[in-house]
Design a protein around this ligand. Structure first.
Ligand code: FAD
Length: 525
């Protein structure tokens, strides 16, 4: 009780001092479970993200001790005059300041001490319900910790992102996709229940059955409707090992035909299929050894020039088959049967075999290498697009073989298809209006090494050029992890879904105080 009062006191001080006359030493002395901090290092951390493209300082940072701390803070922001904004920050892995705010408080959802009773009841670390096959997790939990906890019970979530050092609330606010999405849908299709603090400061439990409008609004809702404090995530039996295969194509039509055939196999639940289907584009020699493809080297060196790529571009299909040690005698035949149906360049098969956790955590290894070289904390002008299947060949011609040319592309270019019927249309995220669409992810790092084509300015210009090309060619792409700066652009992004998005905002965050870093709505003060 005393801690609650202290937190309330801190919030009141903050409101009174919106003009930024907060006395940091006073806030420092707060003995609250949740700590409201104006420590310069906390403020600095919250003012940056992985993109390193924008820097916005919040007035203060809340390290919550419970979901109630968050509800109290948001309620204070909602009820006060003139009010202030509140942005949840997952692990700060946005690109364009989506978790930042200038005239309010950032809530650090991940890391730090969470006390013992975050969420409903006494939820601390992930709580696995083995019989029900689900796990309850704090909204700021990192996926890598969710995985570690569930593996203790031989279980694992079904749908992933390529990188696990992202927060549950952060990916559920976007979608959460990887090579399993064709089969299981995105992460937002694998959630049973949420606890959410709305923009009015109410802490509500929601699901398909209970407060369903809020549930669907929040999933893929870019943080606009509430702050996820607990998520109940679907689990499956965790496989023990993964056979991981990469094969190359020089012909784009053959490559996409194979990818599309592979993702269509999900329709028959008994049919043999791969568990993960992704792919990437190789437009220059540099890329073959980049952070996503270290797999090829040094034992398996590949040279584009030695393969005779069509238009200088190669395509790599990346597939996996999960298995258990008890069935390891059949894995070779299963993989062989599936591979027989593919039309890759015969001499280009690269195979490895590893524990399931090592496969899922693969990008972290690359992160450590890049960090060691000082290449992780650089600006990341990423562009992620959903491209309709009917226009993916035009995209290839205009972008991979056109705009990108043979310049160094500064990072991996992922390309893989997904089935729209695995995306719940009641959720907030928007996808192209076709049964199958591709993710094309240009995951670029800008370098200050004097080479023009690696510079932030050049890459940003190139992103604009790609979007303009799509517009001019009538390719109806949707941005994933979208970034726009005007409401008109957002209305265009949401299209027919804008009215619903706007209505949900009026209902769940009427003062428009949440996640203003997305720049969709302006706060009403
Ligand atoms: P943040 O960047 O901190 O927040 C993102 C948005 O969500 C903000 O608007 C924030 O206010 C809001 N938010 C955060 N927490 C909550 C919460 N608890 N409740 C409500 N709103 C909240 N994405 C994929 O789908 N697939 C991938 O394979 C993938 N790989 C990635 C690899 C790397 C190296 C990086 C940097 C990102 C990758 N992403 C991927 C993108 C990732 O999904 C987004 O960055 C996402 O925002 C999650 O990051 P975060 O948890 O740090 O959230």
């Amino acid at each position: 009780m005393a801690t609650k009062l202290l937190l309330t006191f801190a919030i009141c001080r903050l409101i009174v001092t919106v003009g930024l006359t907060v006395d940091p030493s006073e806030l420092l002395r707060l003995g609250v479970e949740g700590q409201l901090s104006v420590d310069p290092s906390d403020v600095e951390t919250a003012s940056l993200d992985f993109g390193l493209l924008s820097r916005v300082e919040p007035m203060a940072v809340l390290h919550p001790g419970s979901a109630d701390d968050i509800a109290q803070l948001v309620r204070a922001a909602y009820l006060s005059t003139p009010g202030f904004t509140v942005s949840a920050r997952g692990h700060g892995h946005s690109i364009n300041g989506q978790a930042q705010t200038s005239n309010g408080v950032v809530i650090e959802m991940s890391g730090g001490s969470r006390g013992s009773h975050v969420g409903l009841g006494k939820l601390g670390r992930p709580q696995v319900a083995v019989k029900e096959m689900h796990v309850d997790v704090w909204g700021g939990e990192l996926w890598v910790d969710v995985l570690r906890s569930t593996l203790e019970h031989g279980l694992a979530p079904k749908s992933w992102t390529d990188y696990l050092y992202l927060s549950v609330g952060g990916t559920l606010s976007n979608g959460g996709i990887s090579g399993q999405a064709f089969n299981h849908g995105p992460q937002i299709s694998n959630v049973y229940e949420l606890d959410v603090v709305t923009g009015k400061g109410e802490l509500l439990t929601c699901s398909e059955e209970n407060n369903s409008e809020l549930f669907h609004a929040v999933l893929g809702g870019l943080g606009q409707f509430g702050i996820i404090t607990r998520a109940r995530i679907a689990l499956e039996l965790a496989p023990q090992r993964v056979r991981w295969i990469r094969v190359l194509y020089s012909n784009f039509a053959t490559f996409t035909r194979d990818q599309e055939n592979l993702i269509s196999l999900h329709r028959n639940s008994s049919s043999l299929k791969f568990d993960y289907v992704e792919g990437f584009v190789i437009v220059d020699e540099g890329l073959i050894n980049n952070w996503r493809s270290s797999f090829f080297s040094p034992r398996n060196p590949v040279k584009i020039s030695s393969i005779g790529a069509d238009g200088g571009v190669l395509y790599c299909l990346e597939i996996t088959k999960n298995y258990d040690e008890s069935t390891s005698d059949t894995i070779d035949q299963e993989v062989e049967a599936l591979m027989k149906k593919l039309n890759f360049i015969p001499s280009s098969v690269f195979t490895t075999d590893l524990p399931y956790i090592d496969f899922l955590d693969r990008v972290h290894k690359a992160e450590l290498k890049l960090r060691a070289k000082g290449l992780w904390e650089v600006p990341h002008p990423w562009l992620n697009l959903f491209v309709p299947k009917s226009r993916i060949a035009d995209f290839d011609k205009g972008v991979f073989k056109g705009i990108l040319g043979h310049n160094k592309t500064s990072g991996p270019i992922l390309i893989y298809p997904m089935n729209k019927n695995k995306w719940d249309q009641r959720n907030s995220v928007v996808t192209p209006d076709e049964d199958v669409f591709y993710l094309v992810a240009l995951l670029r790092s800008a370098l200050d090494d004097g080479e023009e084509t690696q510079s932030l300015e050049y890459l940003t210009q190139q992103n604009r050029k790609i979007l303009r090309f799509c517009d001019d060619a009538g390719i109806k792409v949707k941005q994933y992890l979208p970034h726009y700066t005007t409401q008109e652009e957002w209305m265009d992004h949401f299209g027919d879904n804008w009215d619903q998005f706007n209505q949900r905002k009026m209902e769940f965050d009427p003062r428009r105080i949440l996640a203003t870093g997305q720049r969709i709505f302006n706060p009403s003060f």
